[in-house]
Design a protein around this ligand. Sequence first.
Ligand SMILES: Cc1cc2nc3c(=O)[nH]c(=O)nc-3n(C[C@H](O)[C@H](O)[C@H](O)COP(=O)(O)OP(=O)(O)OC[C@H]3O[C@@H](n4cnc5c(N)ncnc54)[C@H](O)[C@@H]3O)c2cc1C
Length: 241
Amino acid sequence: MAGEILDLRLEDGVFVGDYAPADGGASCQIRAHTVLLATGVADAGMPVERWDEAVRCGAVRLCPVCDGWDVIDKRIGVVTSDANPVGHALFMRTFSADVLLFERGPVSTLNQEERQRLAAAGVTLVESPLAGVTMSEDMKPVLHTRDGTDYLCDVFYPMLGENARSDLASGLGAETVECRKLLVDEHCRTQVPGLFAVGDVTRGLNQIAVATGQAALAATTIHNMLPWRLRQPAAQAANAS
Ligand SMILES: Cc1cc2nc3c(=O)[nH]c(=O)nc-3n(C[C@H](O)[C@H](O)[C@H](O)COP(=O)(O)OP(=O)(O)OC[C@H]3O[C@@H](n4cnc5c(N)ncnc54)[C@H](O)[C@@H]3O)c2cc1C
C-alpha cells in the first residue's frame, strides 16, 4: 500500500489511522490492535545548488557512517552544527588528512577547547562564515565564504542534523528525545501500549542493519501479543474455510 497515514489515534483501545492513498484514491480508516512505526527521519539540509543531482553523484553526502570509506584521502568540506559543532569534522578526519570545517553562521559557535581539538587533529577551520555552496562544471562542491574566498572540495557533508518523523507517536503520548527521536525499550515498544517503533525514527544509529534487526525484535513481540495466535488443529481450520 503506497500512501500516507495522516493521523493516528486510539478509539476504545484500538488504533485508528487515517490513510490517504498515494494515487489520490479515496481515504479510509485502518484499525489495528498494534502499530509498528518505521517512518524514518527528515534530514536538515541547507541551500546547495543542484542539490538532488549533487546527492545523486556523491558530491554532497549525508551519512559518513555509510560512505566514509568512499571518500578516503579526498578533500572533504564539513559545516558546523549546533548539536555537534566539531564532532563530524573530527570523524571525517579518520578518512582524510584534508578536512575543512566551515562556520555556518556569522557568529562562531566554537569554544576554545573545540578549536584546540580541531587544531590537534589537523582539521582546517575556515573562520569566514559559509555564504553558499555551488557546483563546479564537473560536479564538485565549491564552498563560498563571506570574505569572497571559494574553496573547491571533492565532497561536502552538510551534517546539519535530522528531525525524526515521530509526530504520529508523540501525538499519542510516546516519549521523544533529541531530534524528536522516539525512545523505545529492548522490544522496540514506545510508552504507548501496543505502539512500536523501529529504524531511524527511534534513538540510535541510522543504519539499515539496525532497522531490520529492530523490526525482527518488534515483530516477534507483536506476534506474541496477538490474542488469536493459538492455531486451530488442521482439520478444524480446513472445515472453517
Ligand atoms: C543518502 C543516504 C545514504 C545512506 N546509505 C546507507 C548505507 O549505505 N547503509 C546503511 O545501512 N544505511 C544507509 N543510510 C541510512 C538508511 O537509509 C536508514 O538507516 C534506513 O533507510 C532506515 O530505515 P527506516 O525504515 O527507519 O526509514 P526510511 O528508509 O527513511 O523509511 C521511512 C518511510 O516511511 C515513510 N513515511 C514517513 N511518514 C509516513 C506516514 N505518515 N505515512 C506513511 N509513510 C510514511 C517515508 O516516506 C519512508 O518511505 C543512508 C541514508 C541516506 C540518507
